[in-house]
Design a binder for this molecule. Structure first.
Ligand code: SF4
Length: 704
């Protein structure tokens, strides 16, 4: 009997908007992908990437179909049976841990993984092997937002919801080209403004992006100048009596010290640092403070910085100082880059987190998780976050690295250092779905992973909404769901290393992992301990915390999950970016997304429709800079930083301020040789979030 057409409800696998989709499939083939009109986060709408998802589902050689092992002498790969691959992974891990200790093992995961994948990886690292060396590419994405929320509001919890977009009177967009990076939310904002013509939109961005062009006030901030801008806005609010004194007195602490700090940040003084005219700073401050409801939407422009946490905190201060928080249409609202970075934070699969938003530095928290997992204790040695993991590989503190669903040999900054670290590792396991991922070239063992729409589980989007992800077609070749691969290796490691822990991984299905994970949230700020798959099937997607029903908005009572119930103003100063322009490197380089590509293009590169938007990489310069460096449009140009160089065409772009260059983040060494654009970027990180400064380095250009 011929296969029937099936419709499977799931979630788009790209950005943190978390749009619901309906996947029409027949047998092994996906026929089409449409927006799910019943999903509350997108109500049927999709952007160009979501609409082209069907083109990216492949069963051919663009996929990793079988396990492969590399001969260390010849460098040649050969296929091996899956069970042999799992044995080899387990033997390597156990031998390494026996000889060098648990911290010789590291896990580098991905915001693309499902919550269930994170949960089992985390349990394997911490409860079985005994290391906190587990981190994800969310370190490149939202970790400054996490640190900013925790230090000011007490918990890693975005307080607002998408429906606040329709309720806001002023919307401040900082460091986000929403029109490209979160298109469905941007279109929602444009519709909201049509319905509320009085709405004012302020966009803070060094470039005059499509998002900035929709602004009533575009503040073309000098890259790295955001803290000076936010402090100057607060200065205006203090000077003009625009503060909500009652809110500050009743719901916050620490304002007096910050008020002293920002005294010197007058608009006139700040304009030299942040590049914004004093009058515009005053206008932005007034619009922000005097609006009945102000919502801030922000992402990588604040986060990917060596002062990313300070930028987040300085923006949150504006909301606390004006009481623009906990009310409809107001609040600071970070837009998550990856589809399930939130789920990874909830599962605690990061060096600086434990499940349920707990802290690995806290003995109480470690003991709580150990008890719930059924082990005696968890490791107390601090884990190594993502960028430092590659330093640890270089100096042999970490010897074996297990990479899953991410492409560090293209996406991490300072590629020459990253690639050297991968080459020098004792053993690299790469669990991957796409054969084009550049990191595969550094793998000793390749494990074939299933990907969207072949996997089931859950994801949490930017507005704290948990949705079911459902498999629509079987995985090709021998590819398996990520959690099943981990389960197979973990069982083998347990048999050799700690037989009494083998029972830790006796899950029958994703639902069992989710149920255990949900129990770990009990009593925590995100509490969804009563949720399970049957309930999620009944309720549909819900927002945490979930207690009989979801929670749309946090902190409406003016109480915060801090020790004293008050939000904190933090006395934070301004720090310049890690690199400053000089005679040898006279241009600032910033990086970002294009509309139709995603990350390192392993998936979007499979869609002819998406490729057509921009087919080749280019460096974008202001026409005046092109004239200064005698570069003709489309001329091949050498771009140099202190770490390396690449060659690619130059393109005129008057959306840039003179002195500032832009490179799309998507292309690697195959397009331009030598490690791609991240040969140029540097690995300086924020002191609180450990997030790298991918948005700023200094460069020189000349004709090739
Ligand atoms: Fe997918 Fe994000 Fe586009 Fe929605 S906005 S369809 S989640 S890429």
């Amino acid at each position: 009997m011929p296969d029937e057409i099936r419709v499977t409800r799931s979630i788009c696998c790209y950005c943190g908007t978390g749009c619901g989709v309906r996947v029409r499939s027949k047998g092994e083939q996906v026929i089409s992908v449409e927006g799910d009109p019943d999903h509350p986060s997108n109500m049927g709408r999709l952007c160009s990437k979501g609409s082209a998802l069907a083109e990216t589902v492949r069963r051919d050689t663009s996929r990793v179909l079988r396990a492969r092992v590399r001969d260390r002498v010849t460098g040649a790969y050969r296929e091996l049976a899956l069970s042999d691959a799992f044995d080899l992974a387990a033997e390597t891990i156990v031998d390494t841990v026996r000889e060098h200790g648990p911290d010789a093992m590291g896990f580098y995961l991905s915001g693309q993984l499902l919550t269930e994948d994170y949960a089992i990886f985390n349990k394997m690292a911490r409860a079985l092997i005994g290391t906190n060396n587990i981190d994800t590419n969310s370190r490149l994405c939202m970790s400054s937002a996490v640190a900013g929320y925790k230090m000011t509001l007490g918990a890693d919890a975005p307080p607002a919801s998408y429906e606040d977009i329709e309720l806001a009177d002023t919307v401040l967009i900082a460091g986000s080209n929403m029109a490209y990076a979160h298109p469905v939310l941007f279109q929602r904002l444009m519709r909201a403004r049509q319905a509320r013509p009085h709405m004012k939109i302020i966009v803070i961005d060094p470039r005059n992006t499509d998002t900035a062009q929709a602004a009533d006030l575009h503040l073309a901030v000098t890259p790295g100048g955001d803290v000076a801008l936010f402090h100057a806005m607060l200065n205006v609010m203090v000077w003009e009596g625009l503060l909500d004194q009652d809110y500050i007195a009743q719901s916050t602490d620490g304002f007096a010290a910050l008020k002293e700090r920002i005294r010197e940040f007058t608009p006139a003084a700040a304009q030299d640092v942040c590049g914004i005219a004093a009058d515009d700073i005053v206008t932005a401050a007034r619009w922000f403070a005097q609006s009945p409801a102000t919502l801030s939407l922000y992402t990588m422009g604040l986060n990917q910085s060596s002062s990313g946490t300070a930028k987040n905190m300085a923006l949150i201060h504006l909301h606390l100082a004006t009481g623009q928080l906990g009310r409809p249409g107001s609040g600071p609202f970070s837009l998550t880059g990856q589809p399930n970075a939130m789920g990874g934070r909830e599962a605690g699969a990061m060096a600086t987190l434990l499940p349920g938003h707990r802290d690995p530095a806290s003995a109480v928290h470690r003991n709580e998780v150990a008890a719930l997992w059924g082990v005696d204790c968890l490791p107390d040695a601090p884990g190594v976050p993502a960028i430092a993991m590659f330093d640890a590989l270089l100096d042999k503190r970490i010897r074996v690295l297990w990479i899953a669903a991410t492409n560090p040999a293209q996406s991490l900054p300072d590629q020459n250092r990253v690639r050297k670290a991968l080459q020098q590792a004792d053993f690299v396991i790469v669990q991957e779905a796409f054969a084009d991922a550049e990191t595969l070239a550094f793998a000793d063992l390749i494990l074939p992973a299933a990907t969207w729409p072949e996997k089931s589980g859950t994801m949490t989007n930017s507005e704290r909404r948990i949705s079911r992800v459902r498999a629509a077609v079987p995985a090709p070749g021998e590819a398996l769901s990520d959690w099943k691969i981990v389960q197979q290796v973990a069982r083998r490691v347990a048999q050799k290393w700690a037989p009494h822990k083998a029972a830790l991984f006796e899950y029958q299905a994703e639902a069992d992992i989710f149920a255990e994970h949900a129990r770990l949230t009990a009593g925590r700020d995100l509490d969804y301990s009563t949720l399970d798959y049957p309930l999620l099937e009944k309720t549909g997607p819900v927002q945490w915390p979930y207690r009989n029903e979801g929670t749309v908005r946090l902190y409406s009572e003016g109480r915060f999950p801090t020790g004293n119930g008050r939000a904190h103003f933090i006395d934070v100063g301004f720090n310049a970016p890690a690199e400053t322009i000089s005679a040898h490197f006279p241009l600032r380089l910033t990086t970002g997304r294009l509309r139709d590509h995603w990350h390192t293009m392993t998936r979007t590169g499979l869609s002819a429709t998406l490729i057509r938007h921009v087919e080749e990489p280019a460096i974008y310069l202001h026409p005046s800079d092109m004239a200064r460096y005698r570069l003709a449009d489309q001329a091949l140009t050498r771009v140099k930083s202190r770490r390396g160089q690449i060659v690619l065409p130059v393109q005129a772009d008057d959306s840039l301020t003179p002195g500032c260059a832009f490179l799309p983040m998507h292309w690697g060494s195959r397009a331009m040789g030598g490690g791609g654009i991240n040969v140029l970027t540097h690995g300086a990180t924020d002191p609180y979030s450990f997030q790298p400064e991918l948005k700023h380095c200094v460069i020189a250009v000349n004709a090739f």
